[in-house]
Design a protein around this ligand. Structure first.
Ligand SMILES: NC(=O)c1ccc[n+]([C@@H]2O[C@H](COP(=O)([O-])OP(=O)(O)OC[C@H]3O[C@@H](n4cnc5c(N)ncnc54)[C@H](O)[C@@H]3O)[C@@H](O)[C@H]2O)c1
Length: 242
């Protein structure tokens, strides 16, 4: 999503500094931007502090699929907790507005469907996925506390499944799995009866929501916002679209 966000911000005339440690990201996704004078790339790990002069911060840094975030769970927690602390420190020092990429996973194994922002979730602090889910929950806590305690101008987006160009092929997410299998002429792998549902959002729509939320300045701008495709689709539905 980060590379698409860079495209969008540059198209709107902003100068963009992209930070990435390239754990799951690839420089290929921003190759078309590297020669632009209004774009710079710094290979940087958000676990370490950084001094920059900025007006807006979008903190998207975190491995997003289980295969990657479970590879080094301690690092995943550090990325969400220390990375968010460092980005909030940057926002506080520069008086920048900051958006945190949170996730539908903060609801854990939800007992309510669909989830609204007022639902606190059905969560597990000690499971194999907790490094991701709980890391994102602490990141939200930090955002709200920096807002209340230090007046930092924060935004929180709870992202639901998002897909689009430049997805990594081997990360085990359902849309990239299906597309890769279809391109290779292989049989599509559907788990169970295929009637389990997800909501899917196209990446351009998600980026549009990020920018709109950053522009929004209402009294409730700091509250978390769920962003997703809006309606549920079964895996069988998705397969029939390919
Ligand atoms: N794609 C989705 O459906 C989805 C759903 C919910 C939340 N999110 C969140 O949105 C954000 C972007 O996800 P994405 O789908 O674009 O995944 P992605 O893996 O393509 O992007 C994550 C980026 O963060 C970078 N990164 C990881 N750890 C880092 C660190 N310590 N320092 C600096 N950079 C680091 C990776 O190299 C990668 O470029 C993530 O925070 C993810 O948790 C995504």
């Amino acid at each position: 999503m980060g590379s698409h966000l860079c495209d969008r911000l540059l198209a709107e005339g902003h100068e963009v500094i992209s930070l990435d440690n390239l754990y799951t990201g690839s420089k290929r996704n921003i190759a078309h931007l590297l020669s632009r004078p209004d774009f710079s790339f710094i290979q940087h790990d958000v676990v370490d502090p950084i001094k920059l002069e900025v007006d807006w911060v979008f903190n998207l840094a975190c491995p997003a699929s289980p295969v990657h975030y479970q590879h080094n769970p301690v690092k995943t927690v550090k990325t969400s907790v220390m990375g968010t602390l460092n980005m909030l420190g940057l926002a506080k020092r520069t008086h920048a507005r900051i958006m945190q990429a949170s996730t539908s996973e903060v609801y854990g194994d939800p007992l309510e469907h669909p989830q609204t922002e007022g639902y606190w979730g059905n969560v597990n602090p000690i499971g194999l996925r907790s490094c991701y889910d709980e890391g994102k929950r602490v990141a939200e806590t930090l955002m709200m506390d920096y807002h209340r305690q230090n007046g930092v101008d924060t935004r929180i987006v709870r992202i639901f499944n998002t897909y689009g160009p430049r997805m990594a092929t081997g990360d085990g997410r359902v849309i990239s799995n299906f597309v890769v299998q279809a391109l290779r002429g292989e049989k599509l792998t559907v788990y169970g009866d295929g009637e389990q549902t997800r909501s899917f959002c196209f990446v351009d729509d998600m980026i549009d929501a990020f920018v709109r939320l950053m522009d929004y300045q209402g009294d409730d701008a700091h509250e978390p916002v769920n962003v997703g495709g809006g309606h549920e689709r079964s895996m069988n539905d998705v397969v029939s679209c390919l």
